[in-house]
Structure formats: structure tokens, C-alpha cells
Design a protein around this ligand. Structure first.
Ligand code: SF4
Length: 495
């Protein structure tokens, strides 16, 4: 059986997910990246390398074409090679006096050795074909590049001969690391051949299931998780022993063997919630978090798009473009007002100016996951519009993250089932929340906005605008509802 290099990567990540995809290739749906890429990166990178003429490989090329091109072209781009049943696509090969320079292309800022198998297998195939690689480099996006009026391709990329370490500093030498890790993938491909003849294996939980990119089969694999009671021990956050304890007959959080827990505040809150009949509240800590909240309270939510290549002036690679915010303001007398800003294309300045007008100059600003999102977005606005530093900085100085009472274990309700997203919390409230919305996930909002921004043919613009307003509006409203729920927990304890 023939394999593409990406098959090896997928199989190593999770044999089950690889086999499920092979069994139903249509079922994977249309993949939409959470990072937007409107440009042809290889063409831009080719410009950096000074390539004016080359052999350009195409999908489904017979590998013999690239082999022939080695003798006639100085540059080969996207050339397809194959050896021992393994097919590869090589970003750039450059013929030099003593062989070929190999250029990998990494669509990111800091290539690391986490994906070493891909680099090693590429070199293995080329060298098995007798192609002498005299030098290896990697082209990646430049984290320090800030776009001017036009895109400066020479400054957009960096050509590196090292991988980067965990602190994003140049680390291990590229070529030495690859060469010392090359191994023959034949045994792995034979194992894949055998696996394809067998029934699809049972799911095994790993970081591949819900890591940085959530596996599309997560629900299918762990459907049973949704059927267990709210207080089941499998909901224990980060509990490496939770499944072992369940198998031993400790079915509920209250029965957890505390000597085998990692001891996080969240785990303590979970166990105590089940022992208390469903709710745990560390009221002293919650009160401490609440006591400096002052009215009017602004509940803020942003929506944004992230671009790999900066489309507008002042943006860096992978910068975000804010396109929407929703604000609910709760006054001391209980009245609530709502404002919303939504734009298409680049309206960052207008958004920043309107935000300054909409958020009161006094009172607390609350966002859910403020530390990981809203505060960062405001800092980016400060960098782009320094003339508004004072007003924007004041918002950040007054901002509190509503996620903290949950991540710090101040409050846990077993109905949270080990999660604390706004949607999960809203599902516990006596409120329809997100249920009736067309858009229910942040990334779906981005994909819908992308259609607007690209002027996609045949879309109903008004419908999309209404959906986006409803979704973002719900996020800031949900933040308000969850805040009031925490207030009610405190009020109950002090009444
Ligand atoms: S959810 Fe986990 S076990 Fe299931 S296919 Fe995905 S990675 Fe594999």
C-alpha cells in the first residue's frame, strides 16, 4: 500500500482517527482553518528565494517527472517524489555544485522539532532516491515583521538553519537534528497495512483528543461520557487516576480517593460539591474576588479573525483583526443597556474609537477569559493606536476575568460536568441561552464573518449579520448572567 507522508503523521498521532478518516473520507467535512490564509504562501516564499523559473509539481504528478526535472531545472517547487511506498511533496529543492539544498516551508513563527518525523521522512525518501542533500533550511514567517502600506515579502519571512526551543529562541541545529533522527519508516508502514485489515481500534484518551486542535471524532469516541451522571468521577478535571478509580467501583466524585488526586483547587471543589449535594462555594475567596467590583459594570466580549499573513498596515503575522464587540452594562439600580459594534474589512480605528465611547469611564469591566483574550486584544489596539493609550489602558486596568472564580475552584456545580465554558455555565441557568442561536461556537462566528469579508457569492449578508450580532450579544449577556449567579450564591450565604 502507498502512503503519503501526512498519513504517517496522522497514524502516529492516533491510529483510530487515521482509520476512521480512511473508512469515510467524506465524513471529515470541509476543513476550515482557524487561521486565515488568503495568499499562496509558496509563491511568496519562492519570491524570497529569488526563484524566477522552476519545475512546478502538481497534485497526482507521476514521481518520475520530478526525478527527470532534477537534471534540467535549477529549482524544483512542490515536487512529488516516492520511495518504498512513501510519497512526499518537497517545498523547494535547489541544485548546487555538490547536490541539492532542501528548503522546508513552515507556516508559523517558530518551527520546533515536534514534527521531526515529517522532516526526517522527507530526507529519508530523497536520499533513498540517491538525491544528495548538501544543506537544509527552513523558511518561516517573521514574528518581528510589521506590515507597512504594502507587503514586504523579503521581511515577511526568515530563513533559518535551526529549530526553535520552548522559549522561541533558536535551538537545535536543523540538519544535525534531522540526520540524527532519521529512521526507516518501512516497519511503521507495514504496521499501518496490518491495521487497515483489522477492525478499527477502541478509543484511547490522549492529548491528541482535545489538545490544541480538538479531534473531530471526540464526541463519537467518548459518547458514553455524555451519558454518565453529572457527578461521575470521569468528570474530575485533570485526574489521571479517574478512570482507574471508576473501574474499581468509585463511580462518583464524592467517592474519589483523595490520596490519588493531583490536589488542584478545582478537584477539591468538585469532590466537595458532590459531598455537599451538588454545589461548592468557597465564599470567602469568591467574596474577595467580588469586593472590588464597582458599578456601572461593563460585560465585554470581542470577536476577531486571525490572519497568517498581515492583510493591513500595522499588523504582524498571525495578528488578529477585531471585527465585533458586544457590551452589556449593568447599572447600580439594576438597569441593563446593550450596545454592539460589527464591521466588515478593516475598521480597527472606528472600533477602538466607538469602544472608548461605549465603555463608561468608571466601573469594572468584566470579560470571560479576559486574561487570554479581551486584555490581549485591547493591548493590541494600544500598540496600533497609541494615541488612545490612556483610555484603552484604563479599560484593562479595570478589567476582571470572570473565569477566575471557576478555574481557581472558588465555585463548582456538578452540572458543570468538569467544564466551565460560558455555554456550559449557561446551560445550568433558567435561560434559553445559546440554544436557539444559529451560531453557537466562536469559530463558527469567524467562518460566517469570513464569508462576509470575502464577499462570498450567494450569501445572505443580512442573515449573517443578524447571526453574528445574536452570537456576540449572547456572549456578553451570558457573562452578565453568570456574574449575577455568582452574586446570588454570595447573597444566599450572607442572608
Ligand atoms: S478522539 Fe481521541 S481516541 Fe478518538 S479518534 Fe480522536 S484522537 Fe483518537
Amino acid at each position: 500500500m502507498d502512503y503519503h507522508i501526512s498519513d504517517l503523521r496522522k497514524y502516529t498521532r492516533c491510529p483510530r482517527s487515521y482509520l476512521l478518516e480512511k473508512a469515510d473520507p467524506e465524513g471529515r467535512g470541509v476543513f476550515q482553518s482557524y487561521v486565515r490564509l488568503d495568499d499562496e504562501v509558496s509563491e511568496l516564499a519562492a519570491e524570497v528565494l529569488g526563484i524566477t523559473e522552476c519545475f512546478m509539481g502538481k497534485r497526482n504528478d507521476d514521481p518520475s517527472l520530478a526525478m527527470e526535472a532534477l537534471n534540467t531545472y535549477e529549482w524544483l517547487c512542490k515536487a512529488r517524489f516516492s520511495y518504498g511506498g512513501l510519497r512526499i511533496k518537497v517545498p523547494f529543492l535547489h541544485r548546487v555544485e555538490y547536490g541539492f539544498e532542501l528548503y522546508f516551508l513552515f507556516l508559523g513563527l517558530y518551527p520546533k522539532d515536534l514534527d521531526l518525523q515529517y522532516y526526517c521522512d522527507t530526507v529519508w525518501v530523497l536520499e533513498q532516491l540517491g538525491i544528495r542533500i548538501s544543506n537544509m533550511r527552513i523558511i518561516h514567517l517573521n514574528a518581528d515583521y510589521v506590515r507597512g502600506e504594502t507587503l514586504d515579502v523579503q521581511k515577511l519571512f526568515v530563513i533559518s538553519d535551526t529549530f526553535y526551543n520552548s522559549k522561541n529562541h533558536p535551538g537545535k541545529p536543523l540538519e544535525e537534528t534531522i540526520r540524527s533522527n532519521i529512521s526507516d519508516p518501512t516497519d511503521l508502514m507495514a504496521e499501518m497495512d496490518r491495521a487497515r485489515e483489522l477492525p478499527i481500534p477502541d478509543p484511547v484518551r490522549s492529548s491528541s483528543c482535545s489538545g490544541r486542535q480538538m479531534c473531530r471524532y471526540l464526541e463519537r469516541c467518548f459518547l458514553a461520557d455524555r451519558e454518565v451522571p453529572d457527578n461521575h468521577i470521569s468528570t474530575l478535571v485533570g485526574g489521571t487516576e479517574r478512570f482507574a478509580m471508576a473501574e474499581e467501583g468509585r463511580q462518583y466524585l464524592r467517592e474519589a480517593d483523595v490520596s490519588r488526586l493531583e490536589g488542584s483547587p478545582m478537584q477539591y471543589a468538585q469532590v466537595m460539591a458532590d459531598r455537599n449535594g451538588g454545589l461548592f462555594a468557597d465564599r470567602a475567596s469568591l467574596n474577595g474576588w467580588m469586593e472590588d467590583v464597582t458599578y456601572p459594570i461593563t460585560f465585554l466580549d470581542f470577536e476577531w479573525e486571525r490572519f497568517a499573513i498581515p492583510p493591513y498596515q500595522g499588523m504582524r503575522p498571525f495578528d488578529v483583526l477585531l471585527f465585533e464587540y458586544s457590551i452589556h452594562i449593568l447599572a447600580a439600580d439594576g438597569t441593563i443597556t446593550h450596545t454592539l459594534f460589527l464591521s466588515v474589512h478593516d475598521d480597527r480605528r472606528e472600533l477602538a474609537e466607538q469602544l472608548i465611547r461605549d465603555i463608561p469611564e468608571e466601573g469594572t469591566v468584566i470579560a470571560y477569559n479576559a486574561e487570554g483574550a479581551e486584555k490581549l486584544r485591547i493591548n493590541e489596539l494600544i500598540a496600533q493606536f497609541p494615541e488612545y493609550t490612556a483610555q484603552l489602558k484604563s479599560m484593562n486596568d479595570r478589567m476582571k476575568d470572570l473565569q477566575i472564580p471557576f478555574t481557581s475552584g472558588f465555585v463548582y456545580d456538578v452540572r458543570m460536568r468538569g467544564g466551565w465554558t460560558l455555554k456550559r455555565l449557561m446551560s445550568m441557568m433558567d435561560d434559553p441561552g445559546y440554544q436557539d442561536l444559529d451560531i453557537r461556537q466562536g469559530m463558527d462566528a469567524v467562518f460566517r464573518w469570513r464569508e462576509l469579508d470575502r464577499d462570498t457569492e450567494g450569501i445572505d449578508r443580512e442573515q449573517i449579520i443578524n447571526e453574528l450580532k445574536a452570537y456576540c450579544g449572547m456572549d456578553s449577556y451570558a457573562t452578565l448572567v453568570v456574574f449575577q449567579w455568582l452574586q446570588s450564591i454570595l447573597n444566599e450565604s450572607f442572608s
